[in-house]
Design a protein around this ligand. Sequence first.
Ligand code: GLC
Ligand code: CA
Length: 528
Amino acid sequence: MKKWIENAVFYQIYPQSFKDSNGDGIGDFQGIISKLDYIKQTGFNAIWVNPCFESPFFDAGYDITDFYKTAPRYGSNEDIRKLFEEVHKRNMHIILDLVPAHTSHLHPWFKQSMRQEKNEYTDRYVWTDREGRNNVDGIQGVTGWLNAVSDRNGAVAVNFKACQPALNFGFAEITDIENDWQQKPSDEGPQKNIEEIKKIMSFWLDMGCDGFRVDMAGSLVKNDSEQEETIKIWQNINGYIHKKYPQAVTISEWGEPTRALRGGFDADFLLSFGPSYYMDLFRNEKVLDFDSDTHFFSKSGNGDLTNFKRAYEVFYEQAKKGGMVCVPSGNHDIPRLSTQLDEDEIKLAFVFLLTLPGAPFIYYGDEIGMKYIKDIPSKEGGYHRTGARTPMQWDKSLNAGFSAAPWDELYLPIDPDENRPCVEEQLKDETSIYNTVKRLLELRKMHSCLGNTADFEFVELSDDRYPLAYIRNDSKEKLLIVINPSNKSVECRKTEIGEVIFTIGEDYKNESDKMIVAPCSAFVAKLI
Ligand code: GLC
Ligand code: CA
């Protein structure tokens, strides 16, 4: 049976910053509902919403205190059910964020686990057998240890920040053989956690959601160097879920499709960390240096995708056996696409993002080129990530149409630039980033060979590092995509090309023995 993800094009919504419907300064479910037509008209047919569950928000909701209840600031469980219905009415799909590897330090399970007396939750988190035994260096997959946080004599492992104690899924390799605190994945605590994850997923799927983006999916089992034990757990969980809910989709935040897809995920993301060289595309390691230009989609022509291509080809081979590789425009954890790209470069980046295989994921606001806001105070554990989480810019009215609250009561400040981009204005401008995205989404829909599961192959048109070129094809059609972000024209091998069906800039010229690709250009052409 074909799953809906095979035709899905996702829009990622950070719920706090998308649309506030009741004037309290923070986005909510009703706000999302009011913008579903906008999302659909742009050309998206699926949504991922960042965590919206009960939380003290020390990490923007990735620190959950009740996995079965939405955070009141967004609305009730009834309200999210309504959101699911409204999404489905429009023939769209919606996935939630599943955070399986840790809870909030204020979760009632953790409070029980902190007690001296043995109880049901004693073994549900990763604890050492005594306070002070916290050999961080020797243990893979643990970002820190907390000592003496309770009466319990032990240190607890942290999965990300101090507010996120790690749920126990066992150790693949027992390194402390003299003591017996390192449990096996088959032990009771880990097994109960696995069953609980299945229960949480079933709860929301029964209510009408269509699947999950799975947070830190590769982090379950500790000391798991090749992640084989973590893969086994996901085979178990995904196997169960996909059998019970054949249309449910799971997409991992793992960053290593060769592993994640073996774990039964429908898709995995390329991320700013991991072996994908994703950062060579639109940003680089000095991502907060706005003038840095060594990424590929730069006019300077200084980029190099050799490593990216090699990694992508390996991932793509894995995906052919089942599953997808998704290359996102950005997300809530990294500076926005616009940080190191100007408007022209962003448009070319979208040609790439929207003609690749795998489901596209566009982070809210990237479709209008929203800016990363430098130097705003950290909010809810965002730190440098906060600048990529500011309110969506809808129009020219108060608070850019995000909220009716007084400006100093907004979740985060609006981009202070009076020329900041907004949806209202970009809709009217044929050449805007927004309309480029929209045209590309239409193109993708019209040509099945550009779809999520059609074939893909890089082609080398020149010995230079530019342009980037690849072929997409299926039984109906074969298209060539050529993208030259550099501001120099590039001599390429002569190539027989048919009708050009999409261009940015001037596309190409054929000379007797060569093809010249114009600077800052992209085109999609039929191959004959
Ligand atoms: C993921 C999320 C990030 C969060 C972390 C801990 O990387 O994307 O926002 O802080 O996991 O849950
Ligand atoms: Ca609100």
